[in-house]
Design a protein. Structure first.
Lengths: 423, 423
């Protein structure tokens, strides 16, 4: 079962998918040369939005959760891809220390950690899980809904190495996005840390990612001779916003208006009848907090206190001052009456699967990465790497291939972004 | 459905599988370091025999047919692996010219060619198929049993490039083992030829492969602290055998007797009650022709004319003078009453699947790679790369993992063998 695309199947997207199919050898050749030049993140997930006239990434996560949401049939693909990543980055590695988020009660998240550990074990690594939580002062076994268990162990620092009791790993793999800052215990490690600490939300900015995406998408679209707007949302960023002081929002209102205006031009060009909207969200951080759908700049100027408070703080109580204004992309994929957006997972440069975020409580112009009882994941039932030119451009394998192409462009952008951080 | 192992499940093999499971991180670490040092063949298949007390390769094919026999669910694994291989060997490649065997009537083989072409296309390459057959003087479309078609095109030589009409490929991929010799049209090409021409049966010798396997298996078994005999069949080779002259067989009879004697010692050591046998076969060539099961050296001395003629010639009328004497490994895997042997497929260094050769007309001490109506392929229903230490060592995923380990040791031997050819 895959979501039904509720727009007419003859818009610009169909043309885009057809071009991707036709150009598949050129696209894969281009990617091959890019992977040789770039250091690809160990893993990533990309949130896409598919409006029928546009297919674009809206968020690239370098500490992906949700591996438990992938189709179990894709496990061998994950294992191959993890082996490739380890081979390139640290072939000598035998032991991996996995550091998860500090949630001990979010069982869905813990199942993701267990699935990641399983992938790495099947890839032939010794894997143990170290927790940053001070209350984990001894090995702690947690029961998971699927009947298995997960053991969290206290981290120990031994000179410049991060270790567990009787376990001196070669690699530290973060599945914690460092929203709360970089803990002292992780600093100046002699072990390889993946992703690098700079990829955490203490220093990473979404706007940097999308600037890199601009560059990569432009090159890709030149290859395909298409309008980059079809895969690239407009964006702008404002620093030094203080949601508690209304005067600091002028910059924000200005960018909202500018992007809406640019969108109106494009909507007219492509004969799109929908109302443009932008998403205003923290430039750093995650988890769908501090996110707002805006259709007019006046909404920004007229925020009430409750809205201001909601925008001012994201995960781990992190204070928001850098704000991203991003072109909103409608999701016109739906299952029954619920809106759906695809999330694509990659390890090394391989697309290993994905799932649809299906949300019954949200509208087509809202962020779906929001917790709550109305969210269900729907695993992709087939692989994203089996485009079939003999089928229609919007047939399942081909729509999935288009996802895989756009997700990998975002992955390349993340590679550029990490290079720039390290430079 | 996987074959039932008809021997008691507590012999040395169970111990071997248990050791492989326990040592999985050490094994994968060892392989990783090997792959970095070696140039791995583009693809290979390995015939294994599982006697319950021994699990060993008996043949390594560098021009594997039978991709059509793999589980269709493994197609994405093949695509990833093909992408890895292309990335390493020839990232600039866009077009691949596939050269199959000269069988236009063997529909099973042609389905293999179609499947290979499909894998390469899904991996993002332009693929066309060039035939060495003189009667293919124009593009010829052949209908396949599954309803698809395959187009063979005449090869053209343009200076030092091999081309088709309007197609100048970057890579020539041989699925033809050159049993009939290396055609002039393939010599001194400026394009990358995979595998190298020297890997064809004109120059390759099974005995060279098994000498390399001796070396690699010894190193592997030292790592696991096991007797190399558990994964390595004894062998010897005789050059200059002329099956039409009975006196030339003394060398052969001597080696048969020597290997049988060494086997008797091992069978006694491991308390194996079966009768040792050896396989006598051409040191070059394929297709199960010219293969004999021998339990006593006297059988060699007493060959009748029909047997001699049968041994003297293999595929493409190639004359046999180099002969391999190889320890026979019983296959104690069976499905219903038919004997079965696993064949494992690899692309780059990834195990991408496999199938069982199931043969109702053959015995446990006979070669199963023989054509005929009694042969059926049975695709592996799960991946070979998901060992599960929580299950018994002989559970399906773990038995498949043992296959994948031994097959990759044979792949490493093939890498050494190709390096030696090129030196």
């Amino acid at each position: 079962m895959i979501p039904h695309l509720t727009t007419a199947l003859n818009g610009p997207l169909l043309d885009l998918e057809q071009r991707m199919l036709d150009a598949q050898p050129a696209i894969e050749h281009w990617f091959r040369l890019q992977w040789i030049e770039r250091t690809v993140p160990f893993y990533a997930s990309v949130d896409l939005r598919n409006s029928g006239f546009k297919l674009a990434p809206v968020d690239t996560n370098l500490f992906p959760g949700g591996f438990n949401n992938l189709n179990p049939d894709f496990l061998p693909l994950c294992v191959h891809a993890a082996q490739s990543a380890i081979e390139k980055i640290c072939p000598e590695a035998r032991g991996v220390l996995l550091i998860p988020e500090n949630h001990t009660r979010n069982l869905f998240y813990l199942q993701n950690v267990a699935q990641l550990a399983l992938i790495l074990k099947r890839a032939g690594l010794n894997v143990r899980i170290g927790s940053l939580l001070p209350e984990i002062s001894q090995p702690t076994r947690l029961a998971l809904p699927n009947g298995s268990t997960l053991t969290l162990e206290p981290l120990q620092r031994r000179n410049n190495r991060l270790v567990l009791e009787n376990f001196d790993p070669c690699v530290v793999l973060l599945n914690n996005d460092l929203s709360a800052g970089v803990p002292e215990i992780l600093k100046n490690l002699e072990q390889t840390t993946l992703p690098p600490l700079a990829a955490g939300w203490t220093s990473r900015r979404k706007s940097q990612h999308f600037r890199a995406y601009d560059q990569v998408a432009a090159e890709f679209c030149q290859l395909l001779d298409i309008d980059p707007w079809l895969i690239n949302p407009y964006f702008a960023s404002c620093g030094q916003v203080d949601f508690k002081q209304s005067e600091s929002e002028e910059c924000l209102a200005y960018h909202v208006e500018t992007i809406l205006q640019k969108m109106r031009v494009k909507y007219a060009e492509y004969n799109v009848k929908d109302t443009p909207f932008v998403i205003v969200k923290a430039d750093a951080g995650t988890y769908g907090m501090g996110i707002m759908t805006v259709k007019d700049a006046s909404e920004i100027r007229g925020l009430n206190r409750k809205q201001r408070n909601k925008m001012a703080v994201v995960k781990e109580g992190m204070h928001v001052s850098d704000v991203l204004v991003q072109e909103g992309v409608y999701t016109f994929e739906s299952i029954n009456d619920a809106v759906a957006e695809p999330v694509v997972y990659m390890m090394d440069h391989f697309v290993v699967g994905g799932f649809y975020r299906v949300h019954t409580g949200r509208a087509v112009d809202e962020n779906l990465n929001a917790p709550g009882m109305h969210f269900v994941p729907l695993a992709f039932d087939t692989s994203c790497i089996l485009p079939n030119p003999d089928c229609a451009p919007d047939d399942t394998p081909n729509r999935f291939y288009a996802y895989a192409v756009v997700a990998r462009i975002a992955l390349l952008a993340a590679a550029l972004e990490l290079e720039a951080m390290e430079a």
